[in-house]
Ligand binder design. Sequence first.
Ligand code: SF4
Length: 370
Amino acid sequence: MGIDPRFGRYPFFQGAQAAVRALDQSPAALIAHEAPAVSRGKERVERALLEGTTAPPDSQQHQTKTELLSYPIARLLVSLLDVSTAIDKYALAEARTARERFEADFTDDEVLQSTTRTTVDVQSALSELELADAVESEPLSASTHRSNRWYWVELVPYLQLREDRWGDQWRLVNQELANGAVRVRYTELMQLLEAAVKQRVASELPLSVEEAANGAEIIEGLSTHVADLQALVDDRPSVTKTTVDVVVPAMFPPCMRGLLQMERSDETLSEPAKFALISFLLTLGADRQEIAALMRCPADSTELAARVEYLQDGAGTQYPPPSCQTMKRYDICLNPDERCENIDHPSEYYEAAIEETDSIRDWRESTVED
Ligand code: SF4
């Protein structure tokens, strides 16, 4: 019997864990044979850290088996990463990806229970997340649009899932309470489901890989991938902001000029390249509209908006652009010049270039792009 396709989309479901066991393919064996699940597992973590999603890039589809097996590999990788915030970011990215998929799966005719084998409905998602007994839907009719649905969530799970950063509207004083339950809209239920997935994913992380069966083999086999991921997002507060806040594209380091040119020419940039370019522009103080204008992409691009929002991290904390060493590792150190010999970060290059130039003009004050 084939693997339930829902387990590829929701690999944190309990049934998915049983399906992994049934396949009887140990992580050590997958790593030793360089199975597709290993590179996909790395991609999961890479995209989680850089973009807040674990979905594959749009153009790529993977077999259910690869998606399913890539999840335990990603959990091993994120456990081996020595980056303080990696687990949080990874769990949040898995949860956001799951929420997008839930919203795509939950159809307006849910009242008819028209679930297929490839999708889930609200009730089965609640069951998988052990919330079925804690959430009750108000009576639905076939014409009730999703956004108009209301649910009652028991107080304890509501408080366990609600996060302080969600704001005042989530405080009990601002919610309708009755019989030990809180009344929430459909969109709020989606947010609670996202939080439940995040908690499920984060549970038991980091794994004690050393103590796992074949732990030493796993650590050795994943060492290159771990080093790549570690280098990609190194938490160095000193480079989160340049000391200059002017945007002068002609002074950009050659790598960023090259990536910008490729983006403008509609060449497909790799994920690390997009991350490097956008995070670099953000550190200069460019906003989303300015970044869109520089990259010559639509100002209302949802992809760009999502990337900018993610890189700014809600609290305004920016992800630093990668160091030169990391840029080299990802083959995006392009045409280094003499100045590159004395710096180890693209932001340092830019600061030096601006400092050495007598007269500069901010691109934002110009009506003509460079
Ligand atoms: S050495 Fe650094 S600044 Fe220079 S091109 Fe390479 S990555 Fe960019």
